[in-house]
Design a binder for this molecule. Structure first.
Ligand SMILES: *Cc1c(COP(=O)(O)O)cnc(C)c1O
Length: 253
């Protein structure tokens, strides 16, 4: 067994025991492997080790690894964008992802919707298989209210969900948050409980949406996220080990 396989297995075991402790079915929780800064060989190794959902943070890395990851002999997987999507990068992202988890404003949602519409009109489709379908999107909510974090304020999330729900080329599939970056376990839990409560409110106040996912929890806090209802946890360092420090600070993380 490779190190990567052992670490993937350990992450799965954490999810299973957290779900079991919370009285949930562990099969309700998928593991998204966060691959930022990993070389393509390492991402391919994660697929061999059983990863089925991957997430890139940066559009340049997403597009850079896209051709290798969509080669015919590569194991099937979903690729999500979990980092900030700037307007001028939308067109570069759409050929390589079928789910953008970081929708945080009506303005950006409209631009993405229009860009998907243009691709579909041109017969280009989205994602590595160039499918003629709407783009899955999640609303990123700033549950920790840390000013440096991306995401819509919790107070505006219901309105944004209603707006996204009406875009013809977007399909709202869930809510995403980055938990409070705090040693205070109560604060971290509060982020995740708040996202779960927002899903309830959106379900009640916005019609026509299917069941929404909750994308929350990272290597350090899988357990409270699963306890609060996560259906996707996003895990990087617990799978790959610590990331090398970036050469310069990255304003988009
Ligand atoms: C990097 C990243 C993760 C994974 O973080 P780890 O602490 O390495 O598990 C999850 N979500 C987002 C948005 C990330 O950028």
């Amino acid at each position: 067994m490779t190190d990567l396989t052992a670490r993937m297995r350990a992450v799965r075991e954490r999810v299973v025991s957290a779900a079991t402790d919370a009285g949930r079915d562990p099969r309700e929780v998928r593991i998204l492997v966060a691959v930022k800064t990993q070389p393509t060989e390492e991402i391919l190794a994660a697929l061999d080790a059983g990863a089925t959902v991957l997430g890139h943070n940066r559009v340049d890395e997403l597009a850079g690894s896209g051709p290798a990851l969509s080669a015919p002999d590569v194991l099937g997987h979903e690729m999500h964008l979990i980092g900030h999507l700037q307007s001028n990068k939308i067109n570069a992202a759409l050929p390589w992802t079928t789910c953008v988890q970081s929708i945080e404003s009506t303005r950006r949602a409209r631009k993405i919707d229009e860009a998907v519409g243009r691709r579909l009109d041109a017969g280009e489709g989205i994602g590595p298989r160039r499918q003629p379908r709407p783009l899955d999107v999640m609303i990123q909510v700033n549950t920790s209210r840390e000013p440096t974090k991306h995401g819509v304020d919790p107070e505006s999330a219901v309105d944004l969900a209603a707006y996204v729900g009406e875009r013809p080329h977007l399909r709202l599939t869930g809510l995403m948050t980055i938990g409070a970056n705090s040693p205070d376990a109560g604060l971290v839990r509060a982020s995740y409980t708040e996202l779960a409560e927002l899903r309830e409110r959106i379900g009640q106040e916005v019609g026509g949406l299917g069941a929404l996912e909750l994308s929350m929890g990272m290597s350090g806090d899988i357990e409270p996220a699963v306890a609060a209802g996560a259906t996707i946890v996003r895990v990087g360092t617990a799978v790959f080990g610590p990331r090398p420090a970036p050469a310069r600070p990255d304003p988009h993380e």
